[in-house]
Design a protein around this ligand. Structure first.
Ligand code: FES
Length: 103
C-alpha cells in the first residue's frame, strides 16, 4: 500500500520531459510520455545514475551515466528484461502529480 504523496506540478513536466524529485525522502524520477506521467526509482541499478536526468525517448529513458535504458512503464531494462528498477503508481489531481510509495 503506502500513501499518495504530491511529487510535482504537472504543468512543470511537459510531454517528453523527465525530472527527479524526492517523494517523502524517496528519490523518484518522473516522465511525461505524450501526456501520461510515469514514475520510477531515480536510481539506476547499474551504478546509481540519476534517471530523472536521463534522455527520454518514447517510453524509454537512457541513464545519463552509462546509457543503460529502461522502460518507464514496467521498469524493465530494454536490453535485459531480467533487470528491473522500481516503478510507482501515479495519479493526477488538478495540477498535482501524486505518487504512491510503498510503505
Ligand atoms: S549508472 Fe546507469 S547505466 Fe551506469
Amino acid at each position: 500500500m503506502g500513501d499518495w504523496v504530491r511529487a510535482a506540478s504537472a504543468a512543470e513536466l511537459p510531454p517528453g520531459r523527465c525530472a527527479e524529485v524526492s517523494v517523502g525522502g524517496t528519490p523518484v524520477a518522473l516522465y511525461n510520455v505524450d501526456g501520461t506521467i510515469y514514475a520510477t526509482s531515480n536510481t539506476c541499478i547499474h551504478r546509481g545514475g540519476p534517471l530523472g536526468q536521463g534522455l527520454l525517448e518514447g517510453h524509454a529513458v537512457m541513464c545519463p551515466w552509462h546509457a543503460w535504458t529502461w522502460d518507464v512503464r514496467s521498469g524493465e531494462n530494454t536490453a535485459n528484461p531480467g533487470l528491473r528498477i522500481a516503478t510507482f503508481e501515479v495519479k493526477i489531481e488538478g495540477d498535482d502529480v501524486l505518487v504512491r510509495i510503498p510503505a
